[in-house]
Design a protein around this ligand. Sequence first.
Ligand SMILES: C[S@@+](CC[C@H](N)C(=O)[O-])C[C@H]1O[C@@H](n2cnc3c(N)ncnc32)[C@H](O)[C@@H]1O
Length: 213
Amino acid sequence: MDLDDAYAVKTPEDSRKLYAAWAATYNETFIKANDYVYPRTLAQKFDEKISKTDVNKVLDIGCGTGAVGSYLANLRPNLSIDGFDISREMLAEAAALRRIDNSPVYNDLVEIDLTAELPTRAYDAMTSSGTFTHGHLGPQTLISLIQLVRINGWFVIGINAQHFELRGFAATLHGAHESGAISEVKLYEEQVYGPTSPHYGDTTQIAVFSRLK
Ligand SMILES: C[S@@+](CC[C@H](N)C(=O)[O-])C[C@H]1O[C@@H](n2cnc3c(N)ncnc32)[C@H](O)[C@@H]1O
C-alpha cells in the first residue's frame, strides 16, 4: 500500500477496504517511510493559532492511527480529543495511543462515514490532516461538518493543495464566508513531507477559520 493506492480511492467503501488492510503497517510504511510531517505541522499550527483559554474539546476528522492527536496531546496536555474515522482498524490503532501520564490520547473514537448523517456534537474546535485529499473528503463535506463545532469555535483543516484547486475549496469557503456562516478563511501553505521524502514538494493548504452562526 502506498500514496497511489490512497489517491485511487473513489468512494467511502473503497476507503474502508484500503485502510482495513493498511492500518497495522500505516505508521511504518507511510508515516515513517515518507517522512510525513503533516500531522506535526498541523498540530503546531493549531497550537499557534487557537486560543488556549476557551478551547477544551477538539475533534480530529479522519484521525486514522492518531498522529494528529499524539502531537496535539503533547502540545496541549489538557485538551480532550475525539477522533472520527470510517475505518475500524485505523481507529483501533489510535485507541492504543497513550499520553505521557498514560491516559488515552483520544477520549472518544467513533466509526463513522463523514459523508453520511452526522451526530449532534458541539466541539470547541476541529482539526484534520490527510483526509481532505484525492478521493476522500470534498468541500461539501467540510461545509456539513461545520455543525459539529459550537458557534465561535475554531477550524484548523489541512486540505491537499492540488485537491483544494481541483475541487474548488476556495469558492466553497468564500461562499460560506459571504453567507455569514464562517469568518474569513486564512490559508497557510505547508509541506506534507520532509526533505528526504520522495514526495517532498507536495503541499497542503491549512485553512483556519471560525464558525459565526
Ligand atoms: C491518509 S489517512 C489520514 C489519517 C491521519 N489523519 C494522518 O494524517 O495520518 C485518511 C483517513 O481518512 C479516513 N476516511 C476516508 N474517507 C472517510 C469517510 N468518508 N469518513 C470518515 N473517514 C474517512 C480513512 O479511513 C483514513 O484513516
